[in-house]
Design a protein around this ligand. Structure first.
Ligand SMILES: [Zn+2]
Ligand SMILES: [Zn+2]
Length: 253
């Protein structure tokens, strides 16, 4: 309802460059030109984490990932317009832009996209309350419509984590350690302070399906690796991940 009203009130112009949107694109927030400016991430890349770094020896990005975490892929580099689009999704109060971002992610090839379940990376309760929605869940739903895969909220964030800016990959892993848990993992106990979970039960068969974590941005992969670790502990067989953007990782050496 709110989105329908928003669509009527907002002029049909591109959120990023303000060009008028064609009638065909009226349901979108980003014009063709801006979408084509998003720079896709292309191989050669690390077969596991999808990081197109020059690879010598073992990949530093995914070396410490849990075994169950197989493959991660991102659609575009997080720069210029792509960064603005993520900003609009997270802070601009425009969850509708998830449709545009998911369109860019639709071609990502990860195990389970034909048969798996999409699992949004959860927000802490405080951030969820401030924002009113979880941007990763909106992305997962938009991608799920394209891939025709169900979205299952398997995870909760058990604590807030410090801002991840300027931490090394190792520090980032330590920062998010233990930040996720399965929703209602302890038979029927409520995870306190989490919204909307009172009657939720996870069918155990869900863990036997390939699981695909969905998040907006991949920086060092630490958050996704920790989320994958929580799924792994609960007995998940295979976990992959997709994100819209990938940060150009600074050189920590
Ligand atoms: Zn535009
Ligand atoms: Zn790697």
């Amino acid at each position: 309802m709110r989105e329908a009203v928003e669509q009527l009130l907002l002029p049909a112009e591109c959120l990023l460059c303000r060009a008028l949107l064609s009638f065909r694109d009226a349901a979108r927030l980003v014009c063709d030109v801006c979408r084509h400016r998003w720079r896709p991430i292309r191989p050669p890349w690390c077969a596991r984490c999808g990081q197109p770094e020059p690879l010598f020896g073992r990949c530093r990005v995914c070396a410490d990932w849990p075994t169950a975490f197989g493959v991660a892929r991102s659609a575009v580099w997080l720069e210029a317009g792509a960064r603005d689009a993520v900003h609009a999704l997270k802070y601009g109060g425009l969850p509708r832009i998830a449709t545009d971002l998911a369109a860019a992610m639709a071609g990502l090839d990860v195990p389970g996209r034909e048969s798996g379940l999409l699992v949004p990376v959860p927000l802490s309760h405080a951030r969820f309350r401030d924002r009113g929605y979880n941007q990763s869940e909106r992305l997962a739903r938009a991608l799920g419509r394209r891939w025709q895969r169900p979205v299952v909220d398997l995870l909760v964030r058990t604590r807030d984590t410090a801002a991840q800016t300027a931490l090394t990959p190792e520090a980032r892993l330590a920062n998010v350690a233990g930040a996720f848990a399965m929703r209602n993992a302890k038979c029927g106990m409520r995870n306190e302070g989490q919204p909307g979970n009172s009657a939720f039960r996870i069918p155990h068969s869900a863990l036997e399906r390939p699981l695909i974590l969905v998040d907006d941005v991949f920086t060092t992969g630490a958050t996704l690796a920790e989320a994958a670790r929580a799924l792994d502990r609960a007995g998940a067989h295979t976990v992959s991940a997709v994100t819209f953007g990938r940060a150009v990782v600074p050189d920590f050496t």
